[in-house]
Design a protein around this ligand. Structure first.
Ligand code: ADP
Ligand code: MG
Length: 666
């Protein structure tokens, strides 16, 4: 088979651009799939536009207008198709005013946004050909058109046989098309139906290999550190707690105990709704590990959460004789040095921290247990790196905590093949959080309620809108809301603020003061979403609630209702079916299911991308495919006659994803 450098138009310079993008063979070139398609065969009717990229067709309704301002030009026109109107604007392309004429039929492509209810498109691309055009991720120095030409040549230099990776019987059994055909249709689609076939084939293989690699991670070094626990340690732990455990907490810690004593490495996911008391179970696990002389590391996704866990650990575990400490990236050089020493010489039996725990420079002392809190915020790799810290063939035991209930098939992709303990009950005496939607006209009443509650000594979280696109805008929204509330409606109260990019010292001071009851209102971004525990807070008000996912709103709501007082969650936004779900249910599993129905699995997969280890997103949005590949893999694993084929797949999966899961030190 030809090599990349044998293709026409590929000289040393292009070869370098390609290799910078991870493309070093014809196969890799073809495996670089378009990030999307412009479907000029099926334009979206203007009445059905959503805030995404669309291809639309219509008639130009008026003569384009050209404006100049400050040396720049803007050409504006509008397009109509009987179902709606779209306004178009081209900036710095003055020639567009003569290219587009009133009455022309036009096919354009671009991202749609809404301004005061009117749909608009900025710098739309005019589509000449009525086909399906691939759109490639930008590679500086290699335009999409050139990339297409290279893909064409690569395909022409390949036969069906030389491109194929899977045997014919397998393709037949799972209704998959051949690989070369799939690549052909992915890069040069002839119709949506053929493109769908291609996506199915390529995504199927990708997901299957990804899951195969995960399975291999699950099996590697399964022999665990032997912990010689005694049943009475469990009783001793719970009696040292200031509360008696719920049945579910007791059962979960029993599961952990059994794992630790099984001789195998524990790989357990503890799933429980917000406020169900997962931390106490995790600390119990730490206690069990220290009983056998092992150290435990607990990793949290945010600094705030790590600090809070460290404070709870100091409070709850010192009576059991467990010394613990905090390691985060905001420690001073001196503090860090001390922390590193105490970790290395084992005087800290429990180390709590952020991702700083993973760093090469942290040397542990008999690390036996790794706990990750809010696991959905981490990737498998980060978790795995920590688990492999003891070195050699030994892996630490692992307990992952998560409040995000997700379907089994997705869990397999996000967590690997873990055993699951569920906590489906809450500690007794919890009152459900009253939830109300507050439309624009009722704000004044909300403020009066916050003022009255503060009189009674109750506290309020005031959460600002989520601005996903830009951290800067998020900060702006927190600061502006803070100023507004402080000067206006809540000026008699003590206000503080907390947001993601804030100076760590300021942030933790604000949180400490809020926890201590020295502040009435904490204006915050969604940084408080995960785990922050302030029992005195009885109100959470969420601005622009529409922007959040239901599962996330439920997490936010979980910040209140932790004490014994009646609590309230106010969702500022319009009455609609979506927000109403939250007023009707307090059950995280039910809400996650609704969220999945309404928004698809994308948001769960979205969190995954922080780990940057997702299999190529080509088609991965399809839950059913994920379930199907999962079923396929289980079937192969259960049939002895497929053992050689499974081994072959494992080999392929190591090439594709092997490096993704290991820490690179093996
Ligand atoms: P999450 O599962 O959301 O991480 P936490 O572990 O933060 O929940 O627990 C929430 C609150 O409930 C904490 O203040 C904790 O001390 C308290 N708590 C945990 N278990 C119990 C229990 N069995 N009885 C009473 N309070 C409990
Ligand atoms: Mg928690």
């Amino acid at each position: 088979m030809k090599r990349l450098e044998d293709l026409r138009g590929v000289g040393p310079k292009r070869l370098e651009i390609l290799s910078k993008n991870g493309i070093t063979s014809l196969m890799a070139l073809l495996a670089t799939l378009p990030s999307g398609y412009v479907d000029a065969l099926n334009p979206t009717p203007l009445g059905l536009l959503t805030q995404e990229a669309h291809c639309v067709g219509g008639v130009v309704l008026d003569h384009p207008r050209k404006h100049f301002y400050g040396g720049k030009s803007a050409v504006r026109a509008s397009l109509g198709d009987g179902s709606g109107v779209l306004s178009l604007a081209w900036f710095n392309q003055p020639w567009m005013s003569t290219q587009v004429k009133k009455g022309d039929s036009l096919l354009v492509y671009g991202k749609v946004s809404f301004y005061q209810g009117v749909a608009g498109m900025t710098n739309p691309r005019i589509i000449q050909r009525r086909g399906i055009e691939p759109v490639y991720r930008a590679m500086p120095g290699l335009p999409g058109r050139t990339f297409s030409a290279l893909a064409r040549q690569a395909l022409d230099n390949m036969t069906d046989e030389s491109a194929e990776t899977l045997p014919q019987w397998f393709l037949d059994e799972w209704r998959l098309c051949g690989k070369r055909f799939a690549w052909e249709q992915a890069h040069f689609p002839q119709s949506q139906a053929l493109l769908e076939q291609a996506k199915r084939r390529l995504a199927f293989e990708n997901l299957l290999l990804y899951q195969t690699a995960l399975l291999a991670v699950g099996q590697r070094g399964r022999a665990g550190l032997p912990l010689k626990g005694r049943e009475k340690d469990l009783g001793r732990y719970w009696s040292a707690m200031p509360f008696s455990p719920t049945e579910a907490q007791r059962a979960a810690l029993q599961d952990v105990f059994d794992d630790l004593n099984s001789g195998y490495a524990m790989r357990r996911l503890l799933q429980g709704d917000v406020g169900s008391g997962k931390t106490a179970v995790a600390f119990g696990a730490a206690w069990l590990a220290t009983r056998s002389g092992y150290q435990c590391a607990m990793m949290a996704p945010t600094e705030i959460l790590a600090q809070q866990h460290a404070a709870s650990a100091a409070r709850l575990l010192s009576s059991l004789g467990i010394a613990s400490g905090l390691l985060t990236s905001s420690l001073s050089a001196g503090e860090r040095q001390t922390a590193l020493e105490r970790i290395a010489n084992g005087s800290w039996q429990l180390v709590i921290g952020t991702q700083a725990l993973i760093s090469e420079t942290v040397k542990y002392h008999r690390l036996g247990l790794v706990i990750t809190d809010e696991q959905h915020r981490f990737g498998v790799r980060q978790r795995q790196t920590l688990v492999e810290k003891p070195g050699g063939n030994v892996q630490a035991h692992m307990l992952a905590l998560s409040a995000t209930p997700i379907p089994r098939s997705l869990a397999l992709v996000m967590y690997g093949d873990l055993d699951v303990s569920l906590i489906q009950e809450k500690p007794p005496g919890r009152l459900p959080v009253n939830t109300r939607v507050v439309p624009e006209g009722k704000r004044t009443q909300l403020f009066s309620y916050i003022l009255a509650s503060a009189q009674r000594g109750e506290q309020c979280f005031y959460v600002c809108p989520l601005v996903e696109e830009s951290e800067e805008l998020s900060v702006k929204s927190v600061k502006e809301t803070y100023e507004y509330l402080k000067r206006g409606p809540l000026k008699t109260l003590r206000l503080g603020m907390a947001y993601g990019q804030q100076d760590e010292g300021e942030k933790s001071l604000a949180l400490r003061r809020f926890s201590a009851g020295e502040l009435d209102v904490l204006v915050a971004s969604s940084v408080i979403e995960v785990g922050v525990d302030v029992p005195g807070a009885t109100i959470i008000a969420i601005e622009d609630a529409e922007r959040f996912g239901l599962a996330q709103l439920h997490q936010l709501r979980g910040r209140v209702g932790r004490g014994n007082k009646e609590s309230w969650c106010f969702l500022l936004g319009p009455f609609n079916d979506r927000l109403t779900v939250l007023t009707q249910s307090d059950n995280g599993f039910f809400i996650a299911q609704k969220d999945l129905e309404q928004r698809g699995p994308g948001q769960f997969l979205g969190t995954l991308q922080h780990g940057r280890e997702l299999p190529d997103a080509f088609g991965v949005k399809d839950m059913r495919l994920l379930e199907e590949t999962n079923r396929c893999l289980r079937f192969l694993a259960s049939e002895p006659r497929h053992k050689p084929f499974l081994e072959y797949l494992t080999g392929l999966s190591q090439n594709a994803f092997g490096g993704v899961f290991s820490s690179g030190r093996h």
